[in-house]
Ligand binder design. Structure first.
Ligand code: PEP
Ligand code: MG
Length: 584
């Protein structure tokens, strides 16, 4: 039966494909009260699910035992089989069903919570991490209880079929893995428009909807889906007529994107002859290829924290150096701005879990916690390793260092002192590096935008992170769908902070870039040009659309018009004026 669901569009376009459910099954378990006489049946249901999972594991073990398969895989399957057998988990769940007359799923999740809490108490980090394995085993049993055999993450679509990921929630670490998979789009029940999950979707140029609320429980694996990222609609099990219409729409978009390619060779210059630098934001070294394809003027933001995700160990200095150098080599002669670790808030990395920062980040307000430069200053060994790797990469091309989330003058002093220390260490170890590297700071906290003095006197450049600047100015969690409607780049306070930062930096002759999502929104290009912005950094997927706007702009004319926008406090008037900035 065809039905439609609505969500918050975070990346435009149309995808048609089969649903691929990614499960955090625990989140969907509800409590059911049973009659006493139903208890034996419920226990038998749990036993049957355990047998199903044990068979799945046996099959996996056989697959993993073929010559050439990684030996870790066998060890991993064996560990999961042991957990499945362990009375602490299953006997505990049985006892809960028996005593509290509840459904097996609920009992299992209650027992899981108890065990996870016990594991968190362990001093040994290895043992502490094993709680993740228990969670995975429980997820498998829950799936079996729900009568759906677990589909392995390795599921591959047929050649002519695309996959649309459907999840309750996805972390940035989950989403970044899509870069290596054939995913046509994704939808999640949770999420906000500038969460890093959404940002990665835009960088992949795949349509995505978040804040769907109840899509995950309503959709089955393999359901045929149409994801309309432009209108914020997901159509489940569409009929042939609707499919035809969307196939045509999808083809139109391909044609439109192809047309944009003609801007690649065009100079990024306004009608009145002002050159505008259009640079790329990247998450992984491989993204540099996309940046080159659209003729980016360099990398304006390399979010290095993605190198630290989806792994159990930290990348060492040499590994980081190779990653940074590959980006420099991929952008010959062009500036590459490497941002130091911006971990925390919605971006987590397993490998950093055993540091003091992890305790803070699991606090109630992680966006206000020990994240980004605060974390790096609290973990000087991790920070120095990264700084040395960047300094070494700078020997191979024009690299700059960018520091995230600065707010205090003393953070700038401490950071500059650590950069000097990293140079000293490289001198001692006789590594080649670049002495006069430029160091810039991100303006993404209102306090920093309002007290620019130490930034302008001590740093070589400024980069405005509008995503966080909006979050902190309006007190809106950028990853929370419940307040997503209040996240407003056109709020007068936001516009004034952005414009003040651009104008004050320009007056002080300190180069300034915007690298938040505002820079990649073609509807805001005229506004930013009128504020005096001359350097933009955005996802490569948006760059040609923005260039299309730049080449038809008259920056001089826009300056006067934007000055009038900045005087208004009326949101509707602001929106109207921004929409009409192009009109003569
Ligand atoms: C920003 O906050 O605008 C920014 C570019 O950094 P991130 O999105 O990685 O927090
Ligand atoms: Mg930020």
């Amino acid at each position: 039966m065809t039905f439609a669901l609505f969500g918050l569009s975070v990346s435009q376009g149309v995808a048609i494909g089969r649903a691929h459910l990614v499960s955090h099954a625990m989140l969907e378990v509800s409590h059911q009260q049973l009659r006493e006489r139903d208890v034996p049946g419920e226990l038998a249901r749990l036993d049957a699910a355990i047998v199903t999972v044990a068979k799945e594991m046996q099959a996996l073990r056989e697959e993993a035992s073929v010559p050439g398969a990684p030996s870790e895989l066998v060890a991993f399957v064996d560990l999961h089989a042991m957990i499945l057998d362990d009375p602490m988990l299953m006997e505990g769940a049985r006892a809960i069903i028996d005593e509290r007359f509840c459904n097996a799923e609920w009992a299992l999740v209650q027992q899981l919570d108890t065990l996870v809490a016990q594991f968190e108490e362990f001093d040994d980090p290895y043992l502490r991490e094993r709680k993740g394995d228990i969670v995975q085993v429980v997820e498998r049993v829950l799936k079996a209880l729900q009568g759906k055999p677990r589909r392995l993450a390795r599921r591959k679509p047929n050649d002519d079929e695309e996959l649309i990921v459907v999840a309750h929630d996805l972390s940035p670490a989950d989403t970044i893995q899509f870069k290596n998979m054939k995913i046509a789009g994704f939808v999640t029940d949770l999420g906000g428009s500038t969460s890093h999950t959404a940002i990665v979707a835009r960088s992949l140029a795949i349509p995505a909807l978040v804040d769907m609320k109840h899509a995950r429980p309503l959709i089955q694996d393999d359901d045929l889906l149409i994801l309309d990222g432009t209108r914020g609609v997901l159509i489940v099990d569409p009929d042939e007529g609707i499919l035809e219409e969307y196939r045509a729409r999808r083809s139109e978009r391909v044609v439109e994107r192809n047309k944009l390619k003609r801007f690649k060779g065009e100079r990024s210059r306004t009608l009145d002859g002002v050159d505008i630098a259009l640079m790329a934001n990247i998450e992984l070294p491989q993204d540099v290829e996309q940046a080159r394809e659209v003729g980016a003027d360099g990398v304006g933001l390399f979010r290095t924290e993605f190198l630290f995700m989806n792994r159990d160990d930290l990348p060492d200095e040499d590994e980081q150096f190779e990653a940074y150098r590959s980006v420099v080599k991929g952008m010959p002669g062009k500036p590459v701005t490497i941002r130091t670790l911006d971990i925390g808030a919605d971006k987590e990395a397993r490998a950093l879990q055993n540091t003091p920062g992890a305790v803070e980040r699991s606090s109630i307000n992680p966006a206000l916690g020990l994240r980004a430069i605060r974390f790096s200053l609290a973990e000087p060994l991790i920070f120095l390793t990264q700084l040395r790797a960047i300094l070494r990469a700078a020997h191979h091309g024009p690299v700059k260092i960018l520091i995230p989330m600065l707010a205090h003058a003393r953070e700038i002093h401490q950071t500059l002192a650590l950069i000097e220390q990293a140079k000293e260490q490289l001198r001692s170890s006789r590594h080649k590096f670049h002495e006069d590297i430029e160091v810039g700071g991100m303006i993404e906290i209102p306090a920093a935008a309002l007290a620019l003095g130490p930034f302008l006197s001590q740093l070589d450049f400024i980069s405005i992170g509008t995503n966080d600047l909006i979050q902190y100015t309006l007190a809106i969690d950028r990853a929370d769908g419940a307040v997503a409607h209040l996240y407003d780049p056109l709020h007068p306070a936001v516009l004034r902070l952005v414009s003040h930062t651009i104008q004050t930096s320009t007056k002080a002759e300190i180069p300034v870039t915007v690298c938040g999502e505002m820079a990649g929104d073609p509807a805001l290009t005229a506004l930013l040009l009128g504020m005096g912005l001359r350097q933009f950094s955005m996802h490569p997927a948006r760059l040609l659309e923005v260039k299309q706007q730049v080449v038809k702009a008259d920056s001089d004319q826009l300056t006067g018009r934007v000055a009038r926008v900045l005087k208004s406090d009326d949101p509707e008037r602001i929106e109207d004026m921004v929409g009409k900035l192009w009109l003569a």
